[in-house]
Design a protein around this ligand. Structure first.
Ligand code: GAL
Length: 770
């Protein structure tokens, strides 16, 4: 057994010592990428004692699956230190005897630091809640049962970004992303950066292989196979000689013809298989997806395949109610779908750290651009902190390089002060690894030194006399010439808005987004604008909330829309979805004056009948004329207060025809609870989750924003509820997630819903487990 500590591979890509050469037997195939999931069946304890290292008695431990959080938190108003702890995870894994093979264990995300022990011996440690950690555990394992143990530190440690000062989010804690075991040959690919130059439809590809070899000299071949839609396939072989140790090699260029590019409208992806061969023995193979696109930028824009794309986006935190970061594939994918399909934005900023592979894969698949950044928030710590920053940078760029959706690397810590030495390093290192993408980093202060390609600014200039205001780019950058300038955050703290806030408040929040987007959208001084933010999120008391929920999202924590989200959604082409959301509850007396109010819509005009028989027609507001579909302002409308209230009708028209209608009755009642699951099918082979949203509506289908109710949730079958079983209705909805128990059993599971209003009865949702 090797007793020296082994640092994780990508945190400088070096082993302490390498094992001696082992000859390879013909006919054996080793595969780095088709790893075995180690997500299921961990023993967990929310403390650590030295005797756990040698214990074989797990009676005091709880059996858990990954993704896992060290402690579930209540919805709001909880102790923000609840998840700060040292805890222990143990898993017994069975291995066959390794024959000239290597065993590599990979942790995609553990918050925030851990020590890894195998069979009671310390293998290494890792710092950073958002970076991938890989360890070669070959010298620590035997044939048969092996004890894998993690001591996880989820305290807010000063030496690990973003902590060290105040932070506007929580890091929770635990093994919250996938754990995978790979068995490879004695020479294997650690990661491939699939580099290429694109000229029209021809890609000159020159993949860069990060490899590890335990052989003194490796002379063999790399096979690269690229497959795409309509039966596209191109395969080639290059001879290679690899040195012993951990190194990189760039394969000689190969021309790949007839490439169909990846872009926002047609995000065409290819499957790549890279395999290492030596004398007809396959030593390793890696499979991943790529998309070919040309990316350029200048002071006026970002261009994908020569076409300018105005960035319109939202910032996303990866947290969820109760379980924090511990949400898997389905929930991650759903967020990307919400952004692109539901809200219709073209960009997401991964605020403020590297996000899940499932989220990024979905962004690739959907054609949603990504600004991904290294972890940090307003603070730069000591040397040990900076070491983690540097490792994070390598980890982000090397591991996420192949995602075509990523178009900006954030090489500074969000809103931190200038530290030219550090940021010259991160910028230069990023360029060395990836010269094809621009670098950036969000600032809150003006006149910051521009080291990166794009000056990103979080602009929180308050309104003055009703005017929506932004700083002039040159006034912010203090540069002599214009530089590429991106609005990386806006609105957010200017108007926190909770799901159940009144209609005037919800409307003003929506108008804030409209007002600032309106200033940017046709202004070439901005590459675009990314609003703060997609969803509400848990935070510390000293930042943005007294309830531990920062309510700056256009969606709530359950990803349920606030009216502000309709500002984005209504910009979609009506062929995608016809949108009409009045900022109006249909009752008299909800505001001091019933009009004006705005309707967010992509209809060309609306006819409004409010109470009386008088119908008036309204057109898109010139106050927001730059938007593709400005909201429509409903102004004076007859003798509103004089007559008896007889309800209201709003009809939206496209091409002279009725396209949307909202009807408000003179006596609206709670009429229905619609309950919808995001997914009808879930895998029970591993943990998969789906969200269920209950919407409370009146007899005309209007969501009852102020309705008061409680939903009782029960599950039947091999699924369990995430969070409490009594959920209060907020903003007219109650939402929650359920997850499979990963028992492998197939069949149907049920979610049974009851409320405190008998007339709604009981509702059952069936989920098919596959
Ligand atoms: C910004 C910060 C974001 C968020 C936002 C709230 O300063 O970058 O992370 O805290 O404020 O408005």
């Amino acid at each position: 057994m090797k007793k020296t500590e082994n640092r994780d591979l990508l945190s400088k890509f070096s082993f302490a010592t390498l094992a001696s050469q082992n000859p390879v037997k013909k006919g054996e195939r080793f595969n780095m990428r088709n790893g075995k999931s180690l997500n299921l069946g961990w023993w967990f304890k929310d403390d650590f004692k030295p005797e756990y290292i040698s214990t074989t008695d797990y009676s005091g431990f709880e059996k858990v699956n990954v993704p896992h959080t060290v402690k579930e938190v209540p919805y709001d108003c909880f102790d923000q230190t609840l998840t700060c702890a040292i805890s222990t995870y143990i898993k017994l894994i069975n291995l066959k005897k390794l024959k000239n093979q290597r065993a590599i264990i990979e942790f995609e995300g553990v918050s925030a630091a851990f020590d890894l022990y195998i069979n009671e011996i310390k293998v290494g440690s890792h710092k950073g809640a958002y970076s991938i950690a890989r360890f070669d555990i070959t010298n620590y394992v035997d044939a048969g049962s092996n004890k894998v143990m993690l001591i996880v530190d989820s305290n807010e440690r000063e030496d690990i970004p973003p902590n060290g000062a105040t932070v506007d989010y929580l890091l929770y804690g635990g093994i919250y992303r996938d754990v995978t075991l790979y068995i490879t040959g004695n020479t294997y690919i650690e990661q491939t950066m699939f580099k290429y130059d694109l000229n029209e439809q021809i890609a000159a590809v020159s993949p860069e292989l990060f490899y590890v070899s335990y052989q003194n000299e490796y002379t063999g071949q790399v096979k690269v196979k690229i497959s795409g839609r309509n039966g596209y396939s191109h395969e080639y072989i290059k001879d290679i000689t690899l040195e012993k140790g951990e190194h990189q090699i760039v394969l000689a260029p190969e021309s790949i013809p007839a490439i169909e590019c990846w872009d926002l409208a047609d995000p065409n992806m290819y499957d790549v298989n890279v395999s290492l061969w030596e004398s007809n023995v396959q030593m390793d193979e890696q499979e991943f997806k790529v998309g070919f696109r040309n990316l350029k930028w200048d002071v006026q824009g970002i261009y994908i395949n020569g076409k300018k794309v105005k960035i319109i986006g939202l910032n996303r935190h990866q947290s969820y109610p109760y379980v924090g970061y511990a949400m898997g594939k389905r929930a991650q994918e759903k967020d990307a779908e919400i952004l692109k399909r539901e809200l219709g934005v073209n960009t997401v900023r991964c605020a403020h750290y590297m996000q899940s592979k499932y989220f990024l894969d979905k962004c690739d698949e959907l054609g949603l651009l990504v600004f991904e950044e290294i972890p940090g928030w307003g603070h730069i710590g000591e040397e040990s902190f900076k070491e983690v920053v540097k490792n994070d940078l390598d980890n982000m760029v090397i591991n996420h390089f192949n995602h075509p959706s990523i178009v900006i690397w954030g090489t500074r810590l969000n809103e931190s002060s200038d530290d030219d030495e550090l940021y010259m390093y991160t910028h230069n290192r990023c360029k060395e690894l990836d010269p094809t993408r621009p670098t950036s980093g969000a600032r809150w202060h003006i006149g910051s030194n521009l080291i990166e390609d794009i000056y990103s600014y979080n602009d929180y200039t308050p309104r003055e006399q009703g005017e929506f205001l932004l700083q002039e780019p040159r006034a912010v950058t203090k540069t002599e010439a214009d530089v590429p300038y991106l609005l990386s955050e806006f609105v957010g703290a200017l108007l926190p808005t909770r799901p159940g806030d009144d209609e005037m408040h919800q409307e003003e929040f929506a108008l804030y987004h409209a007002g600032l987007m309106n200033k940017v959208i046709r202004n070439d001084q901005y590459l675009g604008a990314i609003a703060w933010c997609m969803c509400d999120y848990n935070t510390h008391n000293d930042h943005n909330s007294s309830t531990k929920i920062c309510s700056h999202g256009v969606l709530d924590m359950f990803r349920v829309p606030k009216w502000a989200s309709y500002m984005y959604r209504s910009q979609k082409n009506p062929s995608e979805e016809i949108v009409m959301q009045p900022c109006f509850m249909g009752g008299r007396g909800e505001r001091s004056e019933p009009v004006p109010f705005f309707v967010f819509t992509n209809c060309e005009y609306i006819d409004v009948t409010l109470s009386t028989d008088i119908t008036r027609r309204y057109y898109p507001s010139i106050k927001f004329a730059n938007l593709v579909h400005p909201p429509i302002e409903v102004k004076e409308n007859g003798e509103f207060w004089q007559d008896r209230w007889r309800g209201a009708t709003i009809i939206g028209y496209i091409g002279g025809k009725e396209a949307a209608r909202c009807t408000y009755s003179d006596n609206p009642r709670l009429d229905q609870m619609e309950a919808k699951a995001d997914n009808d099918f879930l895998s029970n082979e591993n943990v998969e989750e789906t969200r269920i949203v209950c919407t409370f509506m009146d007899e005309n289908g209007n969501r009852l924003l102020y309705h008061n109710n409680v939903v009782e949730v029960k599950t039947e079958g091999e699924i369990e509820l995430i969070g409490p079983s009594y959920i209060s209705v907020m903003g007219g909805t109650a939402a929650f997630w359920v997850k499979t128990k990963a028992t492998g059993t197939r069949g149907n599971a049920k979610v049974v819903l009851k409320t405190n209003r008998k007339e709604l009865g009981t509702k059952t949702i069936e989920i098919i487990l596959v």
